[in-house]
Design a protein around this ligand. Structure first.
Ligand SMILES: [Fe+2]
Ligand SMILES: [Fe+2]
Length: 475
């Protein structure tokens, strides 16, 4: 006899109370998940009552229930967007056929790999961010950090649901392994590079949630097109949560910039040492952080030419961003796409079969989207009457995978020598000194309505609460 009331304990719309096999699998996994959360979740915060939103259903009224809860008691739920009657596969070799409700045998290994790779990023980011609560700039920000963390936990549940429900024994083994890998650990690291980097300070956190959570958005959008219907439906619901994560990043960086600009105007200076003496983060340092997070994140889209990407698309497993809005044949066998290569010391474009370039297609869509927020950051600087402008570096800059990783490229897209790289890299990427300075600013501000000196308050609070609301009750 089971002692768990499933709709209470695990909010869901997948009929969990009637699925004994799934119950058994989740019952075994849940305690391990909770012990992972205890070990690797937000440090020293398990007893706080945090003003969190919890998804309790997928309809607009139900999915954002706000209230103070202790994070280990957060009701991590399993939600799929409602099924669309008569949905067809709308790209690749199976175009026009009914979507799959069960895993097609011939695509099983690839699907599992896609789900595991996505699933692995979710706990990874919680691990990367676990120390940040100790140096929060305000209660408001601390609450946002925890909201992001519990939702990444829920995203892990979403992927584990698919593994348990559709992949039998090897799915259960993969679900366990998702709790065993650790971000940055030598012996058993997370699968993707950016998810093994540290998130040591709050500027890194805002950059991460702006740039790297946006990678999540694009991957989820591509999977939301999948012919494997349960994957499409679960990723669609995840996207509703992802929007808040990117908001935390965009508004966070924006508030850092605001504060710096205010100080620049107050002191009438752009002198970095004076601004640092005044305890704000100078704009060139923000630019170097931006360069780092942008370049590390665009590596996540994979090699610019990839036969796996072609297979995932042609098999109907992973579409393009906004596949349904595109006006081509959705098979792409006769199309080409331009990727960059180095020839005679210069970056040149070459045409490659579109199917093999789908990682690059998604990366380019991502880049278009991420530039938008950088323009909005520049508006803050412009409004303050200052000349400085932030810039997204060239997409070939500081790459660690693919053919572009074999050469040095400047932020403005020139192939340069190793010596030119070495002479300038300190102006292009955050240095140890930059990071030490930013780290030196990270105190802990938790009085309601108070903010650290290096960041401006937000314009409004969460869920129409005032900015000085008690978002966290420290017990
Ligand atoms: Fe996520
Ligand atoms: Fe996220």
């Amino acid at each position: 006899m089971s002692s768990i009331n499933y709709s209470e304990k695990i909010p869901n719309n997948v009929n969990l109370s009637e699925d004994r096999t799934l119950q058994r699998a989740l019952e075994q996994w849940q305690p391990n998940y909770l012990s992972w959360w205890n070990d690797m979740g937000p440090e020293g915060s398990q007893n706080f009552d945090v003003y969190l939103r919890t998804a309790t259903s997928v309809d607009p009224q139900g999915w954002a229930q706000f209230g103070h809860v202790k994070m280990p008691d957060y009701r991590w739920g399993i939600f799929l967007n409602p099924a669309e009657a008569g949905r067809k596969i709308h790209f690749g070799d199976h175009i026009g056929q009914d979507v799959w409700q069960d895993v097609p045998g011939e695509h099983r290994a690839n699907l599992r790999r896609i789900i595991v790779t996505q699933g692995d990023t979710e706990p990874a980011s919680v691990e990367q961010q676990r120390h940040l609560g100790l140096t929060c700039p305000s209660q408001y920000d601390l609450r946002n950090l925890f909201q992001v963390n519990v939702e990444e936990g829920r995203h892990l549940w979403a992927m584990v649901y698919l593994l348990h429900k559709h992949f039998g024994r090897d799915g259960r083994e993969e679900a366990e392994a998702l709790l065993e890998r650790r971000s940055g650990e030598q012996d058993n690291p997370r699968i993707l590079g950016a998810f093994n980097e540290k998130t040591p300070d709050w500027l890194s956190f805002y950059m991460f949630t702006y740039f790297t959570d946006r990678d999540g958005k694009f991957q989820l959008c591509a999977l939301a097109e999948s012919g494997f219907d349960p994957l499409a439906r679960t990723t669609r619901f995840m996207l509703t949560e992802e929007a808040h994560h990117m908001f935390v990043g965009e508004s966070g960086v924006s508030r850092v910039i605001q504060r710096t600009c205010d100080m620049m105007n107050q002191l009438k200076t752009d002198d970095v040492s004076k601004l640092r003496a005044a305890g704000v983060i100078d704009l060139p340092t923000i630019q170097r952080y931006l360069n780092f997070h942008f370049s590390v994140t665009i590596d996540l889209f994979g090699a610019d030419e990839s036969s796996n990407a072609a297979t995932f698309y042609s098999s109907g497993l992973k579409g393009r961003f906004e596949e349904g809005k595109r006006m081509d044949d959705h098979v792409l066998k006769n199309d080409t796409y331009k990727v960059l290569q180095v020839s005679n010391g210069k970056l040149v474009e070459k045409d490659v079969p579109m199917l093999n370039a789908l990682n690059e297609v998604l990366r380019d869509d991502y880049i278009k989207d991420s530039v938008g927020g950088v323009d909005r950051w520049n508006k803050v600087i412009e409004k303050a009457g200052l000349d400085f402008r932030l810039k997204v570096p060239h997409k070939a800059f500081n790459r660690k995978i693919g053919p572009l990783s074999t050469v040095h490229i400047s932020p403005d897209g020139r192939v340069i020598s190793e010596s030119e790289w070495n002479a300038n890299v300190d102006q292009w990427l955050a240095t140890d000194e930059d990071r030490a300075y930013v780290a030196s600013l990270m105190g802990r501000v938790v009085e309601p309505g108070k903010f650290a000196n290096w960041i401006a308050p937000p314009i409004m609070g969460i869920n129409r609460q005032p900015v000085n609301f008690d978002y966290i009750r420290f017990n």
